[in-house]
Design a protein around this ligand. Structure first.
Ligand SMILES: C[S@@+](CC[C@H](N)C(=O)[O-])C[C@H]1O[C@@H](n2cnc3c(N)ncnc32)[C@H](O)[C@@H]1O
Length: 260
């Protein structure tokens, strides 16, 4: 798995050479992310890191209240493991997952279809490119009006977090919530080392977001209250050392039934 992933990273890094404008840099960054996760897709739910991401999702489930929810969106859903668990528990809710990596979405569709989950749909889409179109109801397939938007370990791939947060806000019903899993940068040395590896070795544009700054960005986008629902610093599971994780939630004020 790692060999294929490394090869994909290498290939895209080669393609990346000599980019000059922001547009080209952005396209190269997105291509690199897509290549990384396309290569990972076949083993994403069986590889060494699967328990790690599933543990993050379980941490979210502990705090997620979907009572009364009609529609839930997962941005950067990967192969859809988290959404499949939720769709099996909440038959009346429509779940939608989007991801920019085509092979992650193909795998998500295959796995959901093997479980006959009718309340779950997946679309290949880059939130940075289509988020505002979805919010403005001008996207052909995905309509706005979500009670909850999830982004599990995906927001740190986004180049412009403030813009992404704004289109998330505009896609939610008033009173809706955004629930994120991110690395908790507060006092986790391992997380900061891992962040440096992304920046200087893997060079995939990933920068872990400072937790306090993230809360502030969410507040200034209009989410209030915002809170850290759960935080684990460096911790051991099955004899392995993991970096930190924070479950962060922001709620949009108001209680109307229409998108904000
Ligand atoms: C670390 S994986 C997490 C997948 C899944 N949420 C999980 O918790 O296992 C990050 C995912 O975000 C996706 N992603 C990154 N940037 C994205 C964007 N701008 N729009 C949609 N998906 C994105 C990647 O393709 C990848 O599948």
């Amino acid at each position: 798995m790692l060999a294929a992933r490394d090869q994909a990273l290498h290939d895209v890094a080669m393609m990346q050479g000599g980019t000059s404008s922001d547009g080209q840099d952005f396209a190269a960054k997105q291509a690199k992310i897509a290549a990384e996760f396309n290569a990972w897709a076949p083993t994403y739910e069986s590889g060494r890191l699967a328990p790690w991401y599933q543990m993050h999702a379980r941490e979210v489930f502990k705090h997620l209240d979907l009572s009364g929810a009609r529609r839930v969106l997962d941005i950067g859903c990967g192969t859809g493991w988290a959404l499949r668990q939720l769709a099996k528990q909440h038959h009346a809710i429509e779940f939608i997952g989007i991801d920019l990596a085509p092979d992650m979405i193909a795998m998500a569709k295959e796995l959901a279809s093997a479980e006959n989950l009718a309340n779950l749909a997946f679309f290949e889409a880059d939130w940075e490119e289509v988020g505002q179109a979805i919010a403005d109801a001008s996207h052909a397939e995905i309509k706005p009006g979500f009670d909850c938007i999830l982004a599990l370990s995906s927001l740190h791939y986004v180049a412009d977090i403030n813009t992404a947060l704004a289109s998330i806000r505009d896609s939610l019903y008033a009173g809706g919530s955004l629930v994120l899993v991110e690395r908790d940068t507060r006092s986790s040395i391992l997380t900061n080392i891992w962040g440096a590896l992304h920046k200087f070795v893997i060079r995939d544009g990933v920068e872990f977001i400072d937790t306090e700054e993230l809360l502030e960005m969410m507040r200034s986008t209009g989410f209030e209250p915002v809170s850290v629902l759960s935080s684990k610093q460096q911790f051991m599971r099955h004899g392995k050392l993991f970096t930190s994780v924070a479950v962060v939630k922001g709620v949009l004020p108001g209680g109307n039934a229409e998108p904000s």
